[in-house]
Design a binder for this molecule. Structure first.
Ligand SMILES: [Mg+2]
Length: 445
Protein backbone atom coordinates (compact mmCIF):
# COMPACT_ATOMS: atom_id res chain seq x y z
CA UNK A 1 0.00 0.00 0.00
CA UNK A 2 1.17 3.48 -0.82
CA UNK A 3 -1.13 6.23 0.22
CA UNK A 4 -1.01 10.02 0.17
CA UNK A 5 -2.87 12.29 2.53
CA UNK A 6 -3.81 15.62 0.99
CA UNK A 7 -4.71 18.21 3.59
CA UNK A 8 -5.78 21.75 2.78
CA UNK A 9 -3.70 24.32 4.64
CA UNK A 10 -5.75 26.29 7.18
CA UNK A 11 -8.73 25.39 5.03
CA UNK A 12 -11.39 27.85 6.19
CA UNK A 13 -8.94 30.76 6.11
CA UNK A 14 -7.72 29.71 2.67
CA UNK A 15 -11.32 29.64 1.36
CA UNK A 16 -11.83 33.18 2.63
CA UNK A 17 -8.68 34.29 0.83
CA UNK A 18 -9.55 32.90 -2.58
CA UNK A 19 -12.11 35.61 -3.24
CA UNK A 20 -10.73 38.28 -0.93
CA UNK A 21 -7.14 38.88 -2.01
CA UNK A 22 -6.69 41.56 0.60
CA UNK A 23 -6.63 38.77 3.18
CA UNK A 24 -3.57 37.14 1.60
CA UNK A 25 -0.47 37.21 3.78
CA UNK A 26 -2.59 38.80 6.49
CA UNK A 27 -3.58 37.26 9.82
CA UNK A 28 -7.12 35.82 9.51
CA UNK A 29 -9.28 33.88 11.95
CA UNK A 30 -12.62 32.16 11.35
CA UNK A 31 -15.21 31.86 14.12
CA UNK A 32 -17.51 28.97 15.01
CA UNK A 33 -21.30 29.15 14.62
CA UNK A 34 -22.79 32.17 16.33
CA UNK A 35 -19.37 33.80 16.31
CA UNK A 36 -18.47 31.84 19.43
CA UNK A 37 -14.78 31.04 19.28
CA UNK A 38 -11.82 30.80 16.93
CA UNK A 39 -11.90 27.55 14.93
CA UNK A 40 -9.38 28.32 12.18
CA UNK A 41 -6.29 30.50 11.99
CA UNK A 42 -4.01 31.52 9.16
CA UNK A 43 -0.29 30.98 9.75
CA UNK A 44 0.09 34.70 10.43
CA UNK A 45 -2.58 34.55 13.14
CA UNK A 46 -0.88 31.49 14.65
CA UNK A 47 2.40 33.39 14.71
CA UNK A 48 0.71 36.25 16.52
CA UNK A 49 -0.19 33.78 19.22
CA UNK A 50 -3.97 33.57 18.82
CA UNK A 51 -4.86 30.22 20.37
CA UNK A 52 -7.34 27.78 18.87
CA UNK A 53 -10.72 27.91 20.62
CA UNK A 54 -10.25 31.50 21.76
CA UNK A 55 -13.67 32.87 22.80
CA UNK A 56 -14.38 35.76 20.48
CA UNK A 57 -16.01 38.07 23.01
CA UNK A 58 -12.93 37.89 25.22
CA UNK A 59 -10.39 38.69 22.54
CA UNK A 60 -12.42 40.93 20.29
CA UNK A 61 -10.46 44.04 21.36
CA UNK A 62 -7.12 42.36 20.97
CA UNK A 63 -7.97 41.00 17.54
CA UNK A 64 -9.06 44.45 16.42
CA UNK A 65 -5.99 46.15 17.84
CA UNK A 66 -3.64 43.67 16.23
CA UNK A 67 -5.31 44.10 12.86
CA UNK A 68 -6.44 40.50 12.62
CA UNK A 69 -9.20 39.89 10.09
CA UNK A 70 -12.21 38.11 11.55
CA UNK A 71 -14.73 36.07 9.55
CA UNK A 72 -17.83 34.18 10.64
CA UNK A 73 -17.90 30.63 9.39
CA UNK A 74 -19.37 30.40 5.89
CA UNK A 75 -20.13 26.72 5.35
CA UNK A 76 -21.84 27.32 2.01
CA UNK A 77 -18.49 28.57 0.72
CA UNK A 78 -16.32 25.97 2.48
CA UNK A 79 -18.51 23.04 1.40
CA UNK A 80 -18.41 24.12 -2.21
CA UNK A 81 -14.66 24.79 -2.18
CA UNK A 82 -14.13 21.37 -0.59
CA UNK A 83 -16.08 19.81 -3.45
CA UNK A 84 -13.88 21.58 -5.95
CA UNK A 85 -10.69 20.38 -4.29
CA UNK A 86 -11.94 16.78 -4.15
CA UNK A 87 -13.06 16.90 -7.79
CA UNK A 88 -9.63 18.19 -8.77
CA UNK A 89 -7.92 15.38 -6.83
CA UNK A 90 -10.08 12.76 -8.52
CA UNK A 91 -8.41 13.75 -11.81
CA UNK A 92 -5.12 12.31 -10.60
CA UNK A 93 -5.93 8.93 -9.05
CA UNK A 94 -8.55 6.27 -9.66
CA UNK A 95 -9.27 5.72 -5.97
CA UNK A 96 -9.56 8.20 -3.17
CA UNK A 97 -11.17 8.47 0.22
CA UNK A 98 -12.64 11.80 1.23
CA UNK A 99 -11.80 11.79 4.90
CA UNK A 100 -13.13 15.17 6.01
CA UNK A 101 -14.06 18.54 4.58
CA UNK A 102 -10.39 19.34 3.99
CA UNK A 103 -8.61 15.98 3.94
CA UNK A 104 -8.44 13.24 1.36
CA UNK A 105 -6.46 9.99 1.08
CA UNK A 106 -5.23 9.08 -2.41
CA UNK A 107 -4.39 5.52 -3.32
CA UNK A 108 -0.97 5.60 -5.00
CA UNK A 109 -0.42 1.85 -4.86
CA UNK A 110 0.70 0.70 -8.26
CA UNK A 111 2.36 3.99 -9.06
CA UNK A 112 5.76 2.91 -7.80
CA UNK A 113 7.24 3.58 -11.23
CA UNK A 114 6.65 7.32 -10.99
CA UNK A 115 8.51 9.76 -8.78
CA UNK A 116 5.82 10.21 -6.17
CA UNK A 117 7.23 13.45 -4.76
CA UNK A 118 7.24 14.90 -8.21
CA UNK A 119 3.75 13.63 -8.99
CA UNK A 120 2.36 15.04 -5.76
CA UNK A 121 4.04 18.39 -6.45
CA UNK A 122 2.11 18.45 -9.72
CA UNK A 123 -1.11 17.60 -7.89
CA UNK A 124 -0.46 20.35 -5.37
CA UNK A 125 0.23 22.92 -8.09
CA UNK A 126 -2.85 21.95 -10.11
CA UNK A 127 -5.17 22.03 -7.12
CA UNK A 128 -3.91 25.52 -6.35
CA UNK A 129 -4.28 26.61 -9.96
CA UNK A 130 -7.80 25.21 -10.30
CA UNK A 131 -9.22 26.11 -6.89
CA UNK A 132 -6.93 28.66 -5.23
CA UNK A 133 -6.56 26.40 -2.18
CA UNK A 134 -3.04 25.51 -1.00
CA UNK A 135 -2.59 21.91 0.14
CA UNK A 136 0.13 19.82 1.77
CA UNK A 137 0.70 16.20 0.83
CA UNK A 138 2.25 13.42 2.90
CA UNK A 139 3.01 10.01 1.44
CA UNK A 140 3.47 6.82 3.43
CA UNK A 141 3.16 3.06 3.29
CA UNK A 142 0.21 3.23 5.70
CA UNK A 143 -2.45 5.80 6.43
CA UNK A 144 -0.87 6.59 9.79
CA UNK A 145 2.51 7.29 8.26
CA UNK A 146 0.91 9.38 5.48
CA UNK A 147 -0.67 11.46 8.25
CA UNK A 148 2.71 11.80 9.91
CA UNK A 149 4.36 12.79 6.64
CA UNK A 150 1.66 15.37 6.01
CA UNK A 151 2.20 16.96 9.39
CA UNK A 152 5.90 17.40 8.69
CA UNK A 153 5.30 18.59 5.13
CA UNK A 154 3.30 21.45 6.63
CA UNK A 155 5.84 22.24 9.32
CA UNK A 156 9.07 22.06 7.35
CA UNK A 157 9.43 24.71 4.63
CA UNK A 158 12.22 22.63 3.11
CA UNK A 159 9.70 20.06 1.91
CA UNK A 160 7.76 22.68 -0.09
CA UNK A 161 4.57 21.03 1.07
CA UNK A 162 5.23 17.47 -0.12
CA UNK A 163 6.98 14.74 1.87
CA UNK A 164 7.34 11.11 0.84
CA UNK A 165 8.15 8.69 3.65
CA UNK A 166 6.96 5.60 1.79
CA UNK A 167 10.31 4.52 0.45
CA UNK A 168 12.89 6.30 2.59
CA UNK A 169 13.65 4.38 5.80
CA UNK A 170 16.19 6.89 7.14
CA UNK A 171 13.77 9.80 6.59
CA UNK A 172 11.02 7.84 8.29
CA UNK A 173 13.26 7.25 11.32
CA UNK A 174 14.00 10.95 11.61
CA UNK A 175 10.33 11.82 11.16
CA UNK A 176 9.38 9.44 13.97
CA UNK A 177 12.01 10.96 16.23
CA UNK A 178 10.78 14.46 15.49
CA UNK A 179 7.11 13.73 16.18
CA UNK A 180 5.59 13.60 19.64
CA UNK A 181 3.72 10.38 20.35
CA UNK A 182 0.63 12.47 21.12
CA UNK A 183 0.71 13.92 17.61
CA UNK A 184 0.40 10.52 15.98
CA UNK A 185 -2.97 9.91 14.31
CA UNK A 186 -5.12 7.88 16.68
CA UNK A 187 -3.11 8.54 19.85
CA UNK A 188 -3.90 12.10 20.81
CA UNK A 189 -3.82 13.82 24.16
CA UNK A 190 -5.79 11.11 25.91
CA UNK A 191 -2.94 8.66 25.65
CA UNK A 192 0.09 10.91 25.46
CA UNK A 193 0.17 11.54 29.20
CA UNK A 194 -0.03 7.86 30.04
CA UNK A 195 2.69 7.12 27.48
CA UNK A 196 4.96 9.88 28.74
CA UNK A 197 4.67 8.37 32.22
CA UNK A 198 6.25 5.24 30.75
CA UNK A 199 9.00 7.24 29.04
CA UNK A 200 7.32 6.99 25.64
CA UNK A 201 7.66 10.51 24.31
CA UNK A 202 8.23 10.35 20.57
CA UNK A 203 6.47 8.45 17.81
CA UNK A 204 9.61 6.35 17.53
CA UNK A 205 9.41 5.40 21.22
CA UNK A 206 5.84 4.33 20.62
CA UNK A 207 6.62 2.28 17.55
CA UNK A 208 9.33 0.42 19.47
CA UNK A 209 7.35 -0.07 22.69
CA UNK A 210 6.56 -3.67 23.69
CA UNK A 211 3.60 -4.76 21.60
CA UNK A 212 1.86 -6.76 24.27
CA UNK A 213 1.97 -3.83 26.63
CA UNK A 214 0.54 -1.43 24.00
CA UNK A 215 -2.28 -3.82 23.28
CA UNK A 216 -3.05 -4.30 26.93
CA UNK A 217 -3.03 -0.58 27.73
CA UNK A 218 -4.50 0.90 24.57
CA UNK A 219 -6.55 -1.90 23.07
CA UNK A 220 -6.96 -2.74 19.42
CA UNK A 221 -6.76 0.86 18.24
CA UNK A 222 -3.39 1.37 19.92
CA UNK A 223 -2.06 -1.92 18.57
CA UNK A 224 -3.25 -1.02 15.09
CA UNK A 225 -1.58 2.38 15.25
CA UNK A 226 1.67 0.80 16.34
CA UNK A 227 1.59 -1.74 13.52
CA UNK A 228 0.89 1.02 11.04
CA UNK A 229 3.94 2.94 12.24
CA UNK A 230 5.96 -0.24 11.80
CA UNK A 231 4.81 -0.34 8.18
CA UNK A 232 1.98 -2.89 8.31
CA UNK A 233 -1.23 -1.40 6.89
CA UNK A 234 -4.18 -2.06 9.20
CA UNK A 235 -6.53 0.72 8.22
CA UNK A 236 -7.91 0.18 4.77
CA UNK A 237 -8.80 2.95 2.38
CA UNK A 238 -12.50 3.51 2.70
CA UNK A 239 -13.26 4.09 -0.93
CA UNK A 240 -16.88 3.13 -1.07
CA UNK A 241 -18.65 5.49 1.29
CA UNK A 242 -20.86 3.31 3.46
CA UNK A 243 -24.45 4.38 3.83
CA UNK A 244 -25.06 6.90 6.50
CA UNK A 245 -26.93 5.61 9.50
CA UNK A 246 -28.38 8.92 10.63
CA UNK A 247 -28.94 12.38 9.22
CA UNK A 248 -28.79 15.17 11.75
CA UNK A 249 -29.88 18.78 11.28
CA UNK A 250 -29.62 20.92 14.38
CA UNK A 251 -28.57 24.44 15.31
CA UNK A 252 -28.05 26.77 18.19
CA UNK A 253 -30.04 29.94 17.73
CA UNK A 254 -28.56 33.41 17.57
CA UNK A 255 -31.22 34.59 19.98
CA UNK A 256 -33.17 32.56 22.49
CA UNK A 257 -36.69 31.66 21.35
CA UNK A 258 -39.68 31.82 23.68
CA UNK A 259 -42.61 31.33 21.32
CA UNK A 260 -43.61 28.06 19.75
CA UNK A 261 -43.83 29.82 16.37
CA UNK A 262 -40.09 30.47 16.41
CA UNK A 263 -39.30 26.82 17.10
CA UNK A 264 -41.87 25.79 14.54
CA UNK A 265 -40.03 27.81 11.88
CA UNK A 266 -36.65 26.41 12.80
CA UNK A 267 -37.73 22.77 13.01
CA UNK A 268 -39.77 23.02 9.82
CA UNK A 269 -36.67 24.22 8.00
CA UNK A 270 -34.58 21.41 9.50
CA UNK A 271 -37.22 18.85 8.51
CA UNK A 272 -37.19 20.09 4.93
CA UNK A 273 -33.40 20.01 4.82
CA UNK A 274 -33.19 16.57 6.39
CA UNK A 275 -35.75 15.02 4.04
CA UNK A 276 -34.02 16.51 0.99
CA UNK A 277 -30.73 15.06 2.19
CA UNK A 278 -32.29 11.60 2.54
CA UNK A 279 -33.59 11.74 -1.01
CA UNK A 280 -30.21 12.84 -2.29
CA UNK A 281 -28.62 9.82 -0.63
CA UNK A 282 -31.33 7.45 -1.85
CA UNK A 283 -32.22 6.59 1.75
CA UNK A 284 -35.40 6.46 3.80
CA UNK A 285 -35.76 6.88 7.57
CA UNK A 286 -37.73 4.70 9.91
CA UNK A 287 -38.09 7.36 12.58
CA UNK A 288 -37.27 10.90 13.51
CA UNK A 289 -36.00 12.23 16.83
CA UNK A 290 -36.99 15.81 17.61
CA UNK A 291 -35.16 17.69 20.34
CA UNK A 292 -35.35 21.14 21.90
CA UNK A 293 -33.39 22.61 24.76
CA UNK A 294 -32.83 25.80 26.71
CA UNK A 295 -29.47 27.51 27.19
CA UNK A 296 -27.41 25.21 29.41
CA UNK A 297 -24.97 28.02 30.13
CA UNK A 298 -27.64 30.22 31.66
CA UNK A 299 -27.91 28.62 35.05
CA UNK A 300 -30.07 31.55 36.14
CA UNK A 301 -32.81 30.48 33.70
CA UNK A 302 -35.22 27.61 34.02
CA UNK A 303 -33.84 24.63 32.12
CA UNK A 304 -35.65 22.21 29.88
CA UNK A 305 -34.24 19.67 27.50
CA UNK A 306 -36.31 16.96 25.95
CA UNK A 307 -36.61 14.88 22.86
CA UNK A 308 -39.16 12.61 21.29
CA UNK A 309 -38.70 9.85 18.77
CA UNK A 310 -41.57 9.18 16.43
CA UNK A 311 -41.68 6.35 13.92
CA UNK A 312 -43.05 6.81 10.43
CA UNK A 313 -45.89 4.49 9.37
CA UNK A 314 -43.59 3.31 6.57
CA UNK A 315 -39.95 4.34 6.05
CA UNK A 316 -39.97 7.76 4.48
CA UNK A 317 -38.00 10.54 2.83
CA UNK A 318 -41.08 12.57 2.00
CA UNK A 319 -40.72 16.21 3.07
CA UNK A 320 -44.39 16.54 3.88
CA UNK A 321 -44.36 13.51 6.12
CA UNK A 322 -41.11 14.41 7.90
CA UNK A 323 -42.48 17.91 8.36
CA UNK A 324 -45.79 16.92 9.87
CA UNK A 325 -44.26 14.33 12.20
CA UNK A 326 -41.61 16.82 13.33
CA UNK A 327 -44.16 19.52 14.04
CA UNK A 328 -46.40 17.14 15.94
CA UNK A 329 -43.35 16.22 18.02
CA UNK A 330 -42.69 19.86 18.76
CA UNK A 331 -46.23 20.33 20.06
CA UNK A 332 -45.63 17.49 22.46
CA UNK A 333 -42.30 18.82 23.73
CA UNK A 334 -42.81 22.56 23.90
CA UNK A 335 -43.34 24.24 27.26
CA UNK A 336 -44.37 27.88 27.30
CA UNK A 337 -42.47 30.46 29.35
CA UNK A 338 -38.99 29.05 28.67
CA UNK A 339 -36.16 30.40 26.55
CA UNK A 340 -35.03 27.85 23.98
CA UNK A 341 -31.53 27.99 22.57
CA UNK A 342 -31.22 24.89 20.44
CA UNK A 343 -33.36 22.51 18.43
CA UNK A 344 -32.75 19.76 15.97
CA UNK A 345 -33.93 16.65 14.23
CA UNK A 346 -32.17 13.34 13.84
CA UNK A 347 -33.46 11.02 11.14
CA UNK A 348 -32.89 7.51 12.39
CA UNK A 349 -32.51 3.95 11.29
CA UNK A 350 -31.81 4.78 7.67
CA UNK A 351 -31.97 2.15 4.97
CA UNK A 352 -31.63 2.22 1.22
CA UNK A 353 -34.95 2.97 -0.40
CA UNK A 354 -34.96 -0.33 -2.25
CA UNK A 355 -34.15 -2.34 0.91
CA UNK A 356 -36.90 -0.81 3.04
CA UNK A 357 -39.77 -2.98 4.09
CA UNK A 358 -42.96 -2.50 2.15
CA UNK A 359 -46.52 -2.67 3.29
CA UNK A 360 -49.58 -3.80 1.45
CA UNK A 361 -50.47 -0.27 0.50
CA UNK A 362 -47.21 1.52 -0.04
CA UNK A 363 -43.62 1.22 -1.16
CA UNK A 364 -41.13 3.45 0.66
CA UNK A 365 -40.01 6.44 -1.38
CA UNK A 366 -42.65 5.66 -4.02
CA UNK A 367 -45.68 7.29 -2.46
CA UNK A 368 -48.04 9.58 -4.27
CA UNK A 369 -45.87 12.58 -3.53
CA UNK A 370 -42.82 11.03 -5.20
CA UNK A 371 -43.14 13.13 -8.34
CA UNK A 372 -43.80 16.24 -6.30
CA UNK A 373 -40.66 15.60 -4.29
CA UNK A 374 -38.45 15.07 -7.30
CA UNK A 375 -39.78 18.24 -8.97
CA UNK A 376 -39.13 19.98 -5.70
CA UNK A 377 -35.52 18.83 -5.48
CA UNK A 378 -34.95 19.58 -9.11
CA UNK A 379 -36.04 23.20 -8.84
CA UNK A 380 -34.29 23.82 -5.56
CA UNK A 381 -31.10 22.36 -6.92
CA UNK A 382 -31.15 24.45 -10.05
CA UNK A 383 -32.28 27.76 -8.62
CA UNK A 384 -31.05 27.72 -5.06
CA UNK A 385 -32.04 25.62 -2.10
CA UNK A 386 -35.10 26.70 -0.21
CA UNK A 387 -36.62 28.58 -3.14
CA UNK A 388 -39.79 26.55 -3.03
CA UNK A 389 -41.12 25.05 0.12
CA UNK A 390 -44.38 24.37 1.95
CA UNK A 391 -46.63 27.05 3.37
CA UNK A 392 -46.00 25.69 6.84
CA UNK A 393 -42.35 26.63 6.56
CA UNK A 394 -42.33 30.33 7.23
CA UNK A 395 -39.27 32.30 6.44
CA UNK A 396 -38.12 33.78 9.63
CA UNK A 397 -35.03 35.45 10.89
CA UNK A 398 -35.57 34.76 14.57
CA UNK A 399 -33.63 31.54 14.69
CA UNK A 400 -30.78 32.27 12.32
CA UNK A 401 -27.28 32.22 13.69
CA UNK A 402 -25.42 35.32 14.71
CA UNK A 403 -22.91 35.86 11.96
CA UNK A 404 -21.75 39.41 11.99
CA UNK A 405 -18.59 38.91 9.98
CA UNK A 406 -19.65 36.50 7.29
CA UNK A 407 -18.23 36.87 3.79
CA UNK A 408 -20.34 36.37 0.64
CA UNK A 409 -21.15 32.84 -0.57
CA UNK A 410 -18.98 33.55 -3.60
CA UNK A 411 -19.44 30.24 -5.35
CA UNK A 412 -23.03 29.20 -4.70
CA UNK A 413 -25.11 32.38 -4.99
CA UNK A 414 -25.57 34.40 -8.14
CA UNK A 415 -26.11 37.58 -6.17
CA UNK A 416 -22.96 37.11 -4.12
CA UNK A 417 -20.43 36.53 -6.90
CA UNK A 418 -17.10 38.33 -6.65
CA UNK A 419 -16.97 41.43 -8.84
CA UNK A 420 -14.01 41.79 -11.18
CA UNK A 421 -12.41 45.20 -11.07
CA UNK A 422 -14.09 46.44 -7.95
CA UNK A 423 -11.67 47.67 -5.33
CA UNK A 424 -10.61 44.96 -2.93
CA UNK A 425 -12.13 42.19 -5.03
CA UNK A 426 -10.54 39.52 -7.12
CA UNK A 427 -8.07 40.49 -9.85
CA UNK A 428 -8.01 38.83 -13.26
CA UNK A 429 -5.66 35.83 -13.08
CA UNK A 430 -2.18 36.41 -14.49
CA UNK A 431 -1.60 34.85 -17.90
CA UNK A 432 1.08 32.32 -17.17
CA UNK A 433 1.40 28.80 -18.35
CA UNK A 434 3.20 27.06 -15.56
CA UNK A 435 1.23 26.52 -12.42
CA UNK A 436 4.41 26.73 -10.36
CA UNK A 437 4.93 30.23 -11.67
CA UNK A 438 1.36 31.01 -10.87
CA UNK A 439 1.92 30.06 -7.26
CA UNK A 440 5.02 32.20 -7.05
CA UNK A 441 3.32 35.10 -8.77
CA UNK A 442 0.38 34.97 -6.40
CA UNK A 443 2.43 34.61 -3.29
CA UNK A 444 4.38 37.74 -4.08
CA UNK A 445 1.37 39.98 -4.54
MG1 LIG B 1 -6.39 21.16 7.12
Amino acid sequence: MIVALVDCNNFYCSCERVFQPKLRNQPVVVLSNNDGCVIARSNEAKEQGIPMGTPFFKYRRQLEQEGIFVRSSNYALYGDMSNRVMTALAEFVPDLEIYSIDECFLDLTGMAHVDLTDYCRQIKAKVYQWTGIPVSIGIGSTKTSAKLANRLAKKMPKTKGVLDLSNAPHLLERALEKTDAGDVWGIGRRWSKMLAGRGIVTAKDFRDAPEGWVRQKMGVIGARTQLELQGTPCIELDIETPDKKTVCVSRSFGKEIEKIEGLHDALATFAMGGAAKLRKLGLVANAVNISIRTNVHRKDQKQHSESATIAFPTPSSDSLEVLSVTLSGLKRLFRPGLKYKRAGILLLDLVRKEDASRTLFSTPGEGKTKNLMSAFDDINQRVGSGLITFGQVRRSTTWYMTQNHVSPRFTTRWDELAMVGEPGQINPPPLKNSSAELIKGRRKT
